[in-house]
Design a binder for this molecule. Structure first.
Ligand code: PLP
Length: 377
């Protein structure tokens, strides 16, 4: 048990230097601990009640309808479930797209999350990687040129609503105008909104919802909402989903989800977060986090670090600092850039402490934090 105690002590300490990955840290689910005493399982479809009462589908449905509403899903034509995370939501959506268009071509930008390539491989789909601009957004000129050659094929577009490294958003309107230009009527747009979707929609700055052309949307629950265990949400047009799933007598349910047994606690986390914060509380929390992100850019620039962020992004990008700093602050790096993410719970105090450490880097190291040539203002 010493091993456990020392692990808990270390985790507590390291959690105060956790600004490199997108997990909100301001949650408190202690009121729900009682649930851990029971064997709960949401196996199968959340909209079909099963033989037993040991599930939380009613909470799951309520939480899903909050997001269906937020993402302007067609009133009587949406469906979804609480997944294991953003990856499963993307996998499920691509699976639906493949069932609709078995000979479709998947287009996604080079800034796309690494799991998408694996998902496409698992599903055996044909795909093309589109170039990204320096800020991480899809290069629409490249998309246009590429699509022109494949206009006889249905198009499945995986749009990023916040890329992993720079939180860039692909423009659905632009993508749709390209589809229209080539008269590609058979198309499917999936929005990978893992981190940014839940708060951009609250701000009315989505541009990616069902009314704007999305066929499915997936996001991670442990990112903006925050959770001690990973989870996610996928929402799709019900008419798409009705093409798959078969009835399984053994579970008294429909096999519509990727996994069989499903976590019954995480849907309650999501429901609880929605109830506790409310729409306004969540919006305020997003605004506070964006404020911290603006502060971080300002403070980094004040010490000569060329930091920048995309519009409405919690992710602050800057040239990679020393190994020591990256380790201490658990920063993600990719090529020559690093980022910190001002998730709810990351405070100005954290930023100040980080900047103090950065300012203490030996002069020759700090000089390696050189300006990059795609600084946005
Ligand atoms: C985090 C992330 C994912 C993967 O989500 P998980 O919840 O970790 O499975 C997918 N896409 C993007 C853009 C992400 O940032």
């Amino acid at each position: 048990m010493d091993q456990l105690a020392s692990f808990i002590a270390k985790t507590k300490k390291r959690s105060t230097h956790f600004i490199g990955y997108p997990g909100a840290v301001d949650f408190d689910y202690s009121e729900l601990f009682e649930l851990f005493k029971y064997s709960l399982n949401n196996v199968g479809d959340p909209f079909v009640d099963s033989h037993t009462d040991m599930h939380t589908r009613n909470f799951e449905r309520e939480a899903l309808s909050f997001y269906a509403d937020l993402f302007n899903a067609p009133k009587d034509n949406w469906w979804g479930y609480v997944t294991t995370g953003g990856t499963e939501g993307n996998l499920y959506s691509l699976y639906l797209a493949r069932e609709l268009y078995p000979n479709g071509m998947v287009y996604y930008s080079e800034s796309t999350h690494y799991s998408v390539q694996k998902n496409i491989h698992l599903l055996g789909m044909e795909s093309i990687v589109i170039r990204a601009r320096d800020n991480g957004e899809m290069d629409y000129d490249d998309l246009r040129e590429t699509m022109q050659f494949h206009r006889q094929q249905p198009a499945i577009i995986l749009a990023n609503i916040g890329t992993t490294m720079t939180e860039a958003k692909d423009n659905i309107t632009e993508i749709r105008s390209i589809l229209k230009k080539f008269a590609i009527k058979q198309h499917y747009i999936h929005c990978d909104a893992a981190l940014a979707g839940p708060y951009l929609a609250l701000m009315g700055r989505g541009g990616f919802d069902f009314s704007q052309g999305a066929d499915s949307i997936a996001f991670s629950g442990h990112k903006f909402i925050g959770s001690p265990v990973p989870f996610g949400v996928v929402l799709v047009k019900k008419s798409h989903k009705d093409r798959i799933g078969r009835s399984i007598p053994y579970i008294g349910n429909l096999d519509t989800t990727i996994t069989g047994s499903r976590n019954a606690i995480t849907p309650v986390f999501l429901w609880y977060a929605i109830k506790k914060m409310g729409r306004d509380g969540m919006l305020q929390r997003a605004m506070d986090a964006l404020d911290t992100a603006a502060y971080a850019v300002e403070q980094l620039r004040a010490i000569g670090v060329e930091a920048w962020r995309n519009e409405n992004a919690l992710t602050v990008v800057f040239p990679q600092p020393s190994e020591k700093i990256c380790h201490k602050w658990q920063l993600a790096t990719d090529g020559a850039i690093s980022h910190l993410i001002c998730m709810p719970g990351v405070t100005r105090g954290h930023i100040d402490a980080f900047i103090k450490d950065l300012g203490n880097e030996p002069a020759q190291l700090l000089s390696q934090i050189r300006p990059i040539d795609f600084v946005l203002n």
